[in-house]
Design a protein around this ligand. Structure first.
Ligand code: COI
Length: 356
């Protein structure tokens, strides 16, 4: 059991009531979890302290070379008052894979889970209960050595902050419009694409700005070598239903292994649907859209949950999907995943973990 010291806030903030519509990532709870790392000492000094700005040396390595990782998972309150996490083991496993890739020292899986449970328990009252809301958990690690040379840091800080959230996209469950990017790329095999690190997200901003100007909410990335195969959206993985088969790009080293992606694949297989993880070219999508075989498109992500896609644009080709409505599989996946997360549907897969 991780030994955690507590320092309670003396200035608690008002918890947003059900009358306030929640957006994504703008409100933070009263406390945060912090733990330090130093070479020779390991991870130490686990603590829950008042949520507050942190003080770092301006030369801290995270500011200069971006040695940082993050994760995202959610906590839910069931109707009978239980607090549930959704597949935290998958996030912790992925966190340590990211750590290995960017030379951050790994954290014991059980300590990581203890830390998440402890801060969620402390802030349980902040878990919203309105449909479509949850408590978003954002663990992140930053390199803190004050040094301007390029090398892995010797000191780090793990911080876990919590935010009561609503839908990630302003569209909610309404279909989003997505721009298939032909100028920039997000990642290449051997690079950072399968790691959850800020570098992948900053790489996406110029395209996102361009897409927004054209009226699209997000960018769908093509592979960085052939500029031809579909990868992911950045804030979510992507799925297509073509002629009755559920297809998603296979994990190839440059795509983030999403927890919701994995859950959607397992559920579709469980329902007896044909599922293929394989390369999907943009030409295949354009052709399928022309013949009417592209029946559904949706994204999967922790923040986005299931996000139906109503339109894809690649250069001058505009593909309208599901008549602009919510596809049948998207709706079923959304209902089932949120049902399991909220304890309303039997968790046959052992995905939920109770915080008590
Ligand atoms: C998540 O879905 O949790 C993510 O980390 C994506 C982020 C862009 C919000």
């Amino acid at each position: 059991m991780l030994n955690i010291r507590f320092e309670k806030t003396t200035t608690p903030k008002p918890i947003p009531g059900a009358e306030n519509p929640l957006t994504f990532g703008t409100i933070f709870t009263d406390h945060m979890f912090v733990m330090d790392y130093a070479t020779g000492k390991g991870w130490h000094d686990a603590r829950i302290v008042p949520y507050a700005p942190i003080s770092l040396d301006p030369s801290a390595m995270v500011f200069h070379y971006g040695q940082e990782m993050f994760e995202g998972l959610k906590a839910y309150k069931t109707e009978d008052g239980k607090t549930l996490l959704f597949r935290p083991d998958k996030n912790i496993e992925r966190a340590n894979n990211t750590n290995k890739r960017i030379c951050i020292p790994e954290i014991s899986e059980s300590d990581f889970l203890d830390a998440i449970k402890a801060i969620v328990k402390e802030e349980e009252a902040w878990i919203p209960t309105k449909p479509g809301t949850s408590l978003y958990i954002r663990p992140f690690i930053i390199a803190t050595d004050p040094y301007l040379g390029v090398r892995p840091s010797d000191t780090y800080q793990l911080i876990i902050i919590l935010s009561p959230v609503g839908a990630y996209y302003k569209e909610g469950l309404d279909p989003v419009k997505i721009w298939i990017e032909d100028e920039y790329v997000r990642a290449v095999k051997g690079g950072l694409g399968e790691a959850k690190t800020g570098a992948n997200y900053v790489a996406s901003l110029a395209s996102q700005v361009k897409a927004h100007k054209e009226g699209y909410s997000q960018v769908l990335w093509l592979d960085g070598v052939h500029r031809k195969y579909i990868e992911e959206v950045g804030a979510m993985n992507i799925f297509f239903k073509i002629n009755g088969t559920i297809i998603t790009p296979m994990l190839n080293g440059s795509i983030l292994p999403g927890v919701t992606r994995n859950s959607a694949i397992q559920l579709c297989k469980h329902w007896g649907l044909p599922v293929e993880e394989r390369q999907v070219s943009v030409e295949e999508l354009i052709d399928a859209a022309k013949t009417g075989a592209l029946e559904e498109v949706f994204g999967t992500g922790t923040a986005a949950v299931i996000s139906p896609v109503g339109e894809l644009r690649f250069e001058d080709d505009i593909m309208k999907i599901s008549d602009g409505g919510i596809g049948e599989i998207s709706q079923k996946l959304y209902d089932t995943i949120t049902g399991i997360q909220l304890g309303k549907i039997k968790d046959e897969f052992g995905w939920t973990v109770e915080v008590n």
